[in-house]
Design a binder for this molecule. Structure first.
Ligand SMILES: N[C@@H](CCC(=O)N[C@@H](CS)C(=O)NCC(=O)O)C(=O)O
Length: 217
């Protein structure tokens, strides 16, 4: 049965699922969420408790939440990518990092983005400052973790979470010079074929990045 993924090419959480699908060389139909496909938005609105995407369908099975989608693909559509490490201790570390990237990198990046969505010309300075400070704190934590640990091989759950969150977070708050390991990880991730494919597919939508997309990447 053919898989279908509902999402948008510019959406960071859609990337998270797309990177896993591309790296595991899994065939799927992409169901675009845009004004030309209202039926897809209707489906997502009913499938997810908050109407959020991505959403994966596999015949009669519907899977929501990007991390759960990757867990589902690892279990039901295993491919060349080691999405979930076999060793349970390494898998626990991968799941821990997945939460760090989602909650503290993606979360703080979205806090700033949401302030600009609410008011593009006068974003709430408290929200913008808190989001940026949260990003700097997350960057320092990740730099420290990377100095003491080895990352699971690509493309894993960690790759899928780290690539979109670092890609967009760096646009909001540049990874500082005193976090060289994290900056190198971002560059390494963007060079992976599954990730660079997402970067290129999202390129036409950059003008819509609420705080303004920088002229790089
Ligand atoms: N916890 C969700 C977050 C998904 C999410 O925030 N998706 C964004 C797109 S990147 C979204 O659906 N935005 C539209 C909305 O919130 O209505 C996941 O991991 O899948």
């Amino acid at each position: 049965m053919t898989l279908a993924l509902y999402g948008h090419p510019f959406s960071s959480y859609t990337w998270k699922a797309l990177i896993a699908l591309y790296a595991s060389e899994t065939a799927f139909a992409f169901r675009m969420l845009d004004p030309d496909h209202a039926e897809n938005a209707t489906f997502v609105g009913e499938a997810h408790p908050a109407g959020k995407f991505p959403v994966l369908t596999d015949g009669g099975v519907t899977v929501i939440e990007a991390t759960a989608i990757i867990e589902y693909l690892a279990a039901h559509r295993p491919g060349p990518a080691p999405l979930i490490p076999v060793d349970s201790g390494i898998a626990a570390a991968a799941r821990m990092l997945d939460r760090v990237f989602d909650n503290y990198v993606m979360g703080n990046m979205q806090r700033v983005v949401n302030a600009y969505i609410a008011d593009r010309d006068n974003p709430d300075p408290g929200e913008v400052d808190s989001g940026r400070e949260g990003l700097r704190r997350a960057y320092r934590w990740l730099e420290h973790w990377l100095s003491a640990n080895v990352l699971t091989p690509h493309v894993s759950l960690v790759t899928c979470a780290a690539a979109p969150s670092l890609f967009y977070a760096d646009w909001v708050e540049r990874i500082p010079d005193d976090c060289p390991r994290l900056a190198a990880l971002r560059a390494e991730l963007l060079a992976l074929p599954a990730v660079s494919r997402c970067v290129e597919e999202a390129r036409p939508y950059r003008a819509y990045f609420p705080p303004g997309a920088p002229d790089r990447d």
